[in-house]
Design a protein around this ligand. Sequence first.
Ligand code: PLP
Length: 270
Amino acid sequence: MFGGDVHVVWEKFCRYFDVEPRIVPLQPGKYTIGPDDVEPHIDENTIGVAAVLGTTFTGHKDDVVGINNLLLQIKSERGLDVPLHVDGASGGFVWPFLYPHSEWDFRLEQVRSINVSGHKFGLVYPGIGWLIFREKADLAEDLVFEENYLGKTDATFTLNFSTGSAMVLAQYYNFVRYGRAGYAYIMKNMQQNASVLAEKLAVDGPLRVDRPRRESSFRSSRSSSPTTTTSTSSTSPGSCRPNAAGWCRRTRFRPTPKTSRSCARWSRRL
Ligand SMILES: Cc1ncc(COP(=O)(O)O)c(C=O)c1O
């Protein structure tokens, strides 16, 4: 069970693993989900609820605390123990440094697993990601394979097999080099940059800026105009001039019940 604010990886997971997705459509002006959205979809076959910490589209956070409380209530009243997974791919390296007292993680009882992309705000090149379980028992044993190709027994829990380790070293280097204080400094700096940029865009251009509310979002998102939010086009007004100047502008269409998605993010210079 998840909201329409998730990344496509969730729909992929459901299709590949033959899991029935129950997706809460988003409403105009509401880009996240909370307990009231989740409640009607839970039943005895629900294998989990996914909440997003920092959506791909706007950087907003689903109401993780509210969903956790709902799941606790369902557990005590109906005896259904539904686990909560937090997709912190985008926000997992941001929230702890900007809002250390905000609870979205294992401080909440129903949160059983968290993923976070090291190659986003973990500040490592693509593509490293982390999946953390609350306790060992949360990873089903029959999904883990033991092999001994290099002279000692290793446990493997991946879809592919061989992969490089350079990104793991790079992540380790960043952890050691920056430490908590370094990551906090960088995240605060990025947030300030984002807010200055958002102010400029709002004043100087024909753009609507969705301003981040404190602790609810870590990035400002923008759309070319409110009317483009239902566009199905993969380009949007305003992209031609920057493209001609060699800029790549990723255009993300904000999900709504139909197609939606029109939140653009500036990417790197080509
Ligand atoms: C919320 C969210 N989940 C999942 C993903 C996919 O993560 P990855 O690129 O590390 O596979 C993204 C990527 O943008 C994301 O923003």
